[in-house]
Each structure stands twice: as structure tokens, then as C-alpha cells.
Design a protein around this ligand. Structure first.
Ligand code: AMP
Ligand code: MG
Length: 409
């Protein structure tokens, strides 16, 4: 059995960034921009009025100007500005030839329909005008490769006319729950049956990471049924199977995956809960699918998801591999630990309540790996190292927060 650290290193080596694809601009939010983007146009594309006002020549000494035309945004000026004349402009209108400043409408006074008086004092050349290309030029890089696209970035891409964007795509993840005892949430349960809680939990966790999901539902513990489902699931970038990876007679998942050409990377990890975790990869047509066989008990599934699946998904989406982030906290209660595996113990971390500058960590009572209700009260997992020992209240522990974070930032 390998350690959590070794298992994570395997996952880190197996996961790789998805191939760049062009997606429609409206689907690019939060994704990693795979290539630098250069503009094909100047911004602004013409000398542009930033005000509603009057286009003038600043070296024209006349205190009043004759209004020879009006240009609204979207129109093209047909009259140049010459001595003694002006063109009325609306914000966003192109500045006519001959003008080198725009005077704000509110600073002028209309003497009659066609004559405007300018304010006293000197008007600076360039006032009220944003010159063509003053934000960026055609050929200039406007967004660098590797950034996580924000709404503002999408606005800029729209400005330069990029309706498709080269990105690292959202990973596609298929979810299959296995077990003869399972029924879907809306169905009645007979004696011996339980409802499929892993499926909805994982699908929601994936959606929280803004990953594309494929819900394969429930597969009975039957070789052929599982083969059919898993074959479908292997079209995805990641296949998550829950249940059927322990040592029971119905734990068919590793065998079926092997039959489908999925190469085992590891099976069983020294951790509690989650020991039966299975991980493998399949290569097909230069595409790699990562397969996680998550132990069926919901708390084990969730802990395995946090520790191993999330870091893998982030790599596929374009981040560098990193192990789950831990923070230090101070225990509010004592903890007794037994056994040769580290325990990922549901706990409540409180960043608002600090002791010696560190957040407090309340270890929660839980009845083992099927106690999903205990996990609903938790917002983190305390990492309790292997061994037989007692930690007193006030001692420090490492904690993994269960807070969501999307693929990307
Ligand atoms: P397994 O890993 O298939 O041996 O399952 C371990 C335990 O988890 C058994 O008690 C199962 O009934 C339970 N279990 C398996 N899959 C699910 C699921 N999708 N939702 C809730 N419990 C499950
Ligand atoms: Mg089972």
C-alpha cells in the first residue's frame, strides 16, 4: 500500500493539460488562455471624441464658432473644422479633420442655432480626444498566454473581434455509481437498498469547479453492465467510478477497467477513510483518460475527491500540479488517534476565532466513512498523522479546507 504523498505524485505525473481548443467567446470565462492574443486593430480605431461637445482648432483665436455639422457616434464626419467653425460631436463620434480638441458642451454657450461661444482661457490641444491607437495598436499583444480569462478579458476580446478563443478546455468528467444496493434519489428503497448519494455529491462538486459533467447514473454489479457504462465513460477526460473497488466478491471495478484497457497506476492508499482508492489511465488516439475508482462510502468518496481528483482536474484545466493546500490551526478539543494510517478527520475551522494567531479547529465526532451527515457539519478535514497518540486542545494540526475553488481562478 502506498502513502498519500506517493499516490499524489502518481496523479501529478499522470495528469496533463488538455490540448488547446478554440471555444466561442461566451464559453471562455474562467478558462486558461492557451495562446497570447494580438490585436488586429488599433484601439480606438479612430480619433474619438470622449465628450458631447464641439470640435475646434485650439490655435483659432475666434471666441465664437459657427456650427457647420453634427456627428453622432457611428457616423462619419463629412466636414472638416476650419477657422471660425466647429462641428458638434457626440461621445464616441470620430473627430473631424482639422480639429485638435473637443470642448465640453457644458462649458460652451449657444448664442443662436448655429453659433457657439467657447469658454475663456486656453484649451489644451488633444483635450476631449482619445487618439487612434492610444490604448493599443494593431499587432500589439493585449493578453498573455496562461491567464485565466475574466469578464473584463472577454470584453477586450470582443472589442478586437475575437469570437473564438484558444483555451485549455474545461475537462469533461463522467460519473458512475456502482452497486446492486443503490437506487436513485427519487425512487423508493426496499429492504437492503440505499440511495445513491455519491452521484449527486460528485456531480455537484464537479459543477462547482465548473467542469463539464456526464452523469452515467447507477451501474449494477455485473461485468457486462459495468463494461458498457465504463466504455461510455472512457470517452471523457476523467471517469469517476464509485464503489466496487474494495475486496468484496462484488468489487468488479478494477477487473472491468483492466478489460477495457485501463492501466492500473495504484490501488489502495494508506489513508483513512479512502483506503481502497484505485487509479489508472487509458491512452487512446493520443488522448488520455484518467480513471478514479473511489471507495463507495460517501465520506471516503469525498475525501478521495478532495485529495486526488481535484488536483488532477486542475492540471487538466491548465494549472501546475499542486497537492491539496493545508493551513495550520489550533485544536479546540483533544484528539485520540490510533492506527497506522493518517486520518482525514471532518472538522470545523474558524478563521474568525483565533488562538495564538491561528484559526481554531474543532474536530467533529463521526461514525466512520458512511457518516455523510457528520460531514455536512464540517468545512475542513484535519490531517491526523498515522500512529497511536493523543493531541491536547491547543495543539496544532494541519487542515485541508473543503471550500470550493474552480478550475482556474
Ligand atoms: P463498496 O465500495 O462498493 O464496497 O461500497 C462500500 C459501501 O458504500 C457500501 O456500504 C455501499 O452500500 C456504500 N455505497 C456504495 N456506493 C454508494 C453510493 N453511490 N452512495 C451511497 N453509498 C454507497
Ligand atoms: Mg459495491
Amino acid at each position: 500500500m502506498i502513502s498519500v504523498e506517493e499516490a499524489l505524485a502518481h496523479v501529478g505525473r499522470s495528469a496533463r493539460r488538455l490540448a488547446t481548443t478554440a471555444v466561442p467567446l461566451r464559453e471562455a470565462l474562467g478558462l486558461r488562455l492557451a495562446e497570447a492574443v494580438e490585436s488586429t486593430l488599433d484601439s480606438p480605431p479612430f480619433d474619438k471624441s470622449m465628450l458631447d461637445g464641439y470640435a475646434i482648432r485650439v490655435d483659432d483665436p475666434a471666441p465664437t464658432r459657427r456650427i457647420v455639422a453634427e456627428v453622432i457616434a457611428g457616423d462619419v464626419p463629412r466636414h472638416a473644422v476650419g477657422p471660425g467653425t466647429t462641428v458638434r460631436l457626440m461621445t464616441g463620434a470620430p473627430v473631424p479633420d482639422g480639429a485638435d480638441a473637443v470642448v465640453k458642451h457644458e462649458e460652451t454657450r449657444l448664442l443662436d442655432d448655429a453659433t457657439v461661444e467657447l469658454p475663456d482661457g486656453k484649451i489644451a490641444p488633444g483635450a476631449g480626444i482619445m487618439l487612434r491607437g492610444s490604448s493599443f495598436h494593431a499587432g500589439q499583444q493585449v493578453l498573455e498566454a496562461g491567464r485565466w480569462l475574466t469578464p473584463i478579458d472577454l470584453g477586450l476580446l470582443a472589442e478586437i473581434g475575437r469570437d473564438h478563443v484558444p483555451v485549455t478546455p474545461r475537462p469533461r468528467v463522467a460519473v458512475l455509481a456502482t452497486g446492486n444496493e443503490l437506487v436513485e434519489c427519487g425512487e423508493p428503497v426496499a429492504v437492503g437498498q440505499i440511495r445513491n448519494s455519491n452521484g449527486p455529491m460528485l456531480l455537484a462538486a464537479l459543477e462547482e469547479m465548473r467542469v463539464a459533467t456526464i452523469d452515467l447514473g447507477i451501474g449494477r454489479d455485473d461485468r457486462e453492465i459495468l463494461q458498457d457504462f465504463m466504455r461510455q465513460g472512457l470517452d471523457a477526460d476523467v471517469l469517476l467510478v464509485t464503489g466496487g473497488v474494495s475486496a468484496g466478491v462484488m468489487d468488479l471495478v478494477p477487473g472491468v477497467l483492466a478489460e477495457l484497457g485501463v492501466a492500473e497506476v495504484f490501488h489502495k492508499v494508506r489513508m483513512k477513510p479512502g483506503k481502497p482508492l484505485w487509479f489508472g489511465t487509458r491512452e487512446r488516439d493520443a488522448r488520455r483518460t484518467l480513471v478514479f475508482g473511489l471507495p463507495g462510502n460517501p465520506v471516503s468518496t469525498l475525501v478521495s475527491w478532495e485529495l486526488f481528483v481535484k488536483p488532477a482536474l486542475r492540471v487538466l484545466a491548465g494549472e501546475e500540479f499542486s497537492t491539496p493546500r493545508t493551513v495550520r490551526g489550533v485544536l479546540t478539543d483533544e484528539v485520540n488517534h490510533r492506527g497506522g494510517r493518517p486520518t482525514y478527520n471532518p472538522c470545523k475551522i474558524d478563521f474568525g476565532r483565533r488562538e495564538a494567531g491561528q484559526p481554531t479547529v474543532e474536530p467533529l465526532a463521526w461514525r466512520g466513512s458512511a457518516d455523510l451527515a457528520a460531514l455536512t457539519r464540517a468545512n475542513a478535514l484535519a490531517v491526523l498523522p498515522a500512529g497511536d497518540y493523543q493531541l491536547a486542545a491547543g495543539q496544532e494540526v494541519d487542515v485541508i479546507a473543503l471550500s470550493p475553488r474552480a478550475c482556474g481562478r
